[in-house]
Write a protein that binds this ligand. Structure first.
Ligand code: CO
Length: 215
């Protein structure tokens, strides 16, 4: 059987199972979505957001990219974030990295990956920021693991530094930001860091919303 046909058969089996348990399952899906969570994860095929969190369709609003990055000029991420915060009014945003992340390992190497260099460049910048701590870790695997953690922590700060999150914190006291890391070899998620509305962020990234904005 052609491999893509296996996916269509899998879809049919999934539909049959859902309808068997609840004949109205798909009718309820078209009512709309009210997810409480925005999930920002890695595109890695081994880290499927719903499976590893035991969640169902409708529970997670999901954005995935290489190495679960929050880049402040990425219109894809910013559009997802805006919709999640302002329209869906999610209560939580989770950035979930994972050990064994190819994107993070590649960024720590000197290999060239063409266009992807530009994406991974942001991870190299984080390395430079924590170079002393990272260079003291002799074991390559241990260093990569720490880099995965630091990357998640930095992405949480990147979220808090957006005007989207800052405005929502200011007006609505949501969402809470969570930085997690997933272990491929155990399947377990480890919480690393959390930022609640009103958390201190570096002064230089704070915006004043009371003054009129140009344009
Ligand atoms: Co990855």
């Amino acid at each position: 059987m052609k491999s893509h046909k296996r996916l269509l058969l899998g879809n049919k089996a999934w539909v049959d199972e859902k309808v068997r348990i609840d004949p109205n399952y798909f009718k309820s899906q078209i009512q709309g979505q009210q997810p409480e969570f925005l999930w920002i994860g890695c595109s890695d095929s081994r880290v499927p957001a719903e499976d590893i969190t035991g969640t169902e369709p409708g529970e997670l609003f999901v954005h995935r990219n290489i190495a679960n990055m929050v880049i402040h000029t990425d219109f894809n991420l910013l559009s997802v974030l805006t919709y999640a915060v302002n329209v869906l009014q999610v209560k939580h945003i989770i950035v979930c990295g994972h050990y064994g992340c190819g994107g993070v390992a590649s960024a720590l190497s000197n290999n060239s990956f063409g266009l992807i260099n530009k994406w991974l460049r942001h991870i190299k910048d984080i390395y430079r920021f924590y170079q002393q701590e990272l260079d003291e870790i002799a074991d390559v695997e241990a260093r990569n693991k720490r880099m995965v953690e630091l990357n998640v922590i930095e992405q949480i700060h990147n979220l808090a530094e957006t005007t989207i999150v800052q405005k929502s914190w200011h007006k609505h006291q949501r969402p809470v930001l969570h930085g997690w890391v997933y272990e491929l070899d155990s399947g377990m998620i480890k919480p690393l860091t959390q930022m609640s509305p009103g958390s201190k962020i570096e002064d230089i990234y704070m915006y004043e919303f009371d003054k009129p904005e140009p344009g």
